[in-house]
Write a protein that binds this ligand. Structure first.
Ligand code: OOG
Ligand code: MG
Length: 264
């Protein structure tokens, strides 16, 4: 196996950071490093996170990606991935997002978990997630692959922070004890038309399993989810492209609805 040197890792993180900052596309990183492993891809993602933190971005949480069959089928990838969320990605409910800052944004409806206790460990289970969760909340995630044509493989997308771009959380938090997340229905509307719908069970059979997966992947990197983290469990349905002028609404059974608009 060809190994990535420290310099390769720093250069790849810089290539991704520049594409994210200026909203331009780049070719898949595995075209230059075909032997890259998933573990190496996470070292690139960590280098990206450290660089953004050094520029003042604050990590607010994490996300699971590619956790539902509709998403895996859409992207041609059969394993989940994780990415980090920062304060710069947060958009207020009913706010607006500039499409011009991104390459080719898509929207997803997701269930977010907000933790009251730190969560971690290689053996983390959905029961541990339930115990550590303060509340759950409906969310829209805006993803934007920096790779040409929104085409990638697992290693490349992990380097690109699992396509993280923006996120919007709703305003109707609920305690997990009052809900069965498997049967929480989600409806994604764009300009008042139904784009997609599904139920929480699409996400690894239980969205809490996706949060446990995030904790286990972080454990391999020697990290934990701090108390107060927002953790997105992954899109329930396939993602949908948006353009300037679009109005997006995600509605969830028992979790209310979340809206966001897109401008030039
Ligand atoms: C990767 C990110 C996937 C999700 O919720 O499944 C993701 C991608 O599809 O670009 O955020
Ligand atoms: Mg997502």
């Amino acid at each position: 196996m060809m190994s990535l040197t420290e310099i390769d890792i720093a250069r790849l993180a810089e290539r991704v950071e520049t594409a994210q900052t200026y909203g331009h596309s780049i070719r898949k990183l595995t075209e230059d490093f075909p032997e890259m492993t998933v573990a190496q891809a996470y070292t690139v993602q960590t280098a990206l996170r450290r660089s953004l933190e050094a520029r003042g971005h604050r990590v607010t949480g994490w996300k699971a990606g590619l956790t539902s069959k509709p998403k895996m089928a859409q992207m041609g990838v059969d394993k989940p991935a994780i990415g980090f969320l920062t304060d710069r990605m947060a958009v207020a409910e009913s706010g607006s997002i500039s499409v011009g800052e991104m390459v080719h944004p898509r929207v997803e409806c997701e269930i977010g978990f907000v933790l009251k206790d730190a969560l971690g460990g290689a053996e983390c289970t959905a029961a541990d997630v339930h115990a550590a969760t303060d509340y759950v909340i409906g969310a829209i995630e805006v993803i934007d692959s920096r790779f040409t044509g929104f085409k990638f493989d697992l290693e490349s997308v992990i380097c690109d922070n699992s396509s993280s771009a923006r996120y919007v959380v709703g305003s109707r938090p609920q305690y997990l004890t009052d809900l069965d997340l498997r049967t929480v229905g989600a409806l994604l509307e764009i300009n008042g038309e139904i784009a997609a719908m599904g139920a929480g069970a699409e996400v690894l059979n239980d969205p809490a399993e996706a949060i446990a997966m995030v904790a286990r992947v972080l454990a391999e990197m020697g990290e934990t989810l701090p108390a107060g983290s927002l953790v997105l469990s992954g899109a329930i349905t396939a993602a949908h492209a948006v353009k300037p002028g679009d109005h997006v609404r995600a509605s969830f059974l028992d979790l209310g609805s979340v809206s966001v608009s897109f401008t030039e």
